[in-house]
Design a protein around this ligand. Structure first.
Ligand SMILES: [Zn+2]
Ligand SMILES: [Zn+2]
Length: 346
């Protein structure tokens, strides 16, 4: 009995201290021991928990996004003053769900006796996600919850949520006007350089046989090109990657061929045949989003020999602007939420 008295005294003392501390200190948070499924209200069977945990873990491995399900018997067991929405935001921030820089975590919180559910989204999601979350709650979850089918509602809701998160989002493109001016400046500079380059290119060569400087350019007829250029040179000439002007010597009538590498050509040199006849093309296999990397296929194909190479490259995720990196006052080193998302009740 003595030990019970002792515990009661400590309890009273703690209660007294809590009353003295600011109101927020009265809020408690359940310990969430699992990164993905914390079924404190015991809505799911152990096997269902395990399946969902595997799904969410795989999803995170694939996209980097942490999605956590929390079920509570009642959120009012933990707070005396917060609304359901505020409590969800506080719980999210207390545990720091998601990546601390991307703020891309998502928490699904079901409060069973309160008959409320919320999809709380990290700061990295813009407000357009609020209506998406609301949509998922009212189309997939609430109808099932009304039938007391909590497992079904959570399963359908989380499936829909993961699908939505994996879709490429309409990330606002780089400001096009800025891009236009950069392009214009590049072209202007390029044009000036190109003018100098052209003057240098058009200088007359010396005759390759008698060294005379008295040479005149010839109009390149197909017959002349056929006679003086190799097949590879003729292909380069027609692709515009290397130009081969012809000059005829006025003294010895010899025809001199000059090679002018076209530096602005999109063709590159072939590692097999050494001609400048390789075309590079890109194909986007998967768009990058703010949440997942994309993939791009690069094909290099020689128009002269049969050289071909196909490589797949990762397109980095779209990045948020620096202002989105402000992680606020989270007590953990994870992501934070500023209250985005949606709630539903039934
Ligand atoms: Zn000559
Ligand atoms: Zn080749």
């Amino acid at each position: 009995m003595a030990s019970t008295d002792w515990r009661q005294s400590i309890g009273t003392l703690l209660g007294f201290l809590l009353i003295l501390s600011p109101a927020t200190a009265l809020e408690r948070y359940p310990s969430l021991t699992d990164d993905h499924v914390n079924d404190l209200a015991r809505v799911l069977a152990p096997s269902e928990q395990a399946t969902l945990r595997t799904d969410l873990r795989n999803f995170r491995a694939r996209t980097g996004i942490q999605v956590m399900l929390v079920t509570l018997p009642s959120y009012r067991d933990y707070t005396s003053h917060s609304t359901f929405e505020t409590y969800c935001t506080n719980l999210f921030n207390h545990h720091g769900i998601g990546d601390r820089y991307r703020n891309d975590g998502v928490m699904v919180l079901l409060a069973l006796r309160d008959r409320q559910v919320r999809i709380e989204m990290g700061k990295g999601y813009d407000r357009s996600w609020d209506s998406r979350a609301s949509n998922i709650i009212y189309s997939q979850m609430v109808p099932q919850f009304r039938e007391n089918n909590y497992r079904g509602g959570l399963q359908r809701g989380i499936d829909a949520l993961l699908r939505e998160l994996e879709l490429p989002t309409q990330v606002s493109p780089a400001p096009s006007l800025g891009g236009f001016w950069v392009l214009l400046a590049t072209l202007a500079t390029g044009g000036a350089v190109f003018g100098v380059y052209q003057a240098w290119v058009n200088r007359k060569p010396k005759c390759s046989r008698c060294n005379s400087q008295r040479v005149t350019p010839l109009v390149p007829t197909p017959a002349l090109l056929e006679e003086h250029l190799t097949p590879a040179q003729r292909l380069e000439d027609s692709l515009g990657s290397v130009k081969y002007p012809l000059f005829q010597c006025q003294d010895c009538h010899h025809i001199t061929v000059v090679a002018h590498n076209q530096i602005f050509s999109s063709y590159s040199r072939c590692p097999r045949c050494q001609n400048k006849t390789v075309q590079t093309t890109y194909r986007t296999l998967r768009e990058a989003t703010t949440y997942s990397e994309g993939e791009r296929e690069m094909t290099k194909e020689c128009k002269f020999c049969n050289y071909i190479s196909v490589e797949t490259h990762i397109i980095p995720r779209e990045r948020y602007t620096s202002s989105d990196y402000d992680s606020g006052s989270s007590s953990s080193d994870g992501g934070s939420s500023s209250g985005g998302g949606a709630s539903g009740s039934w």
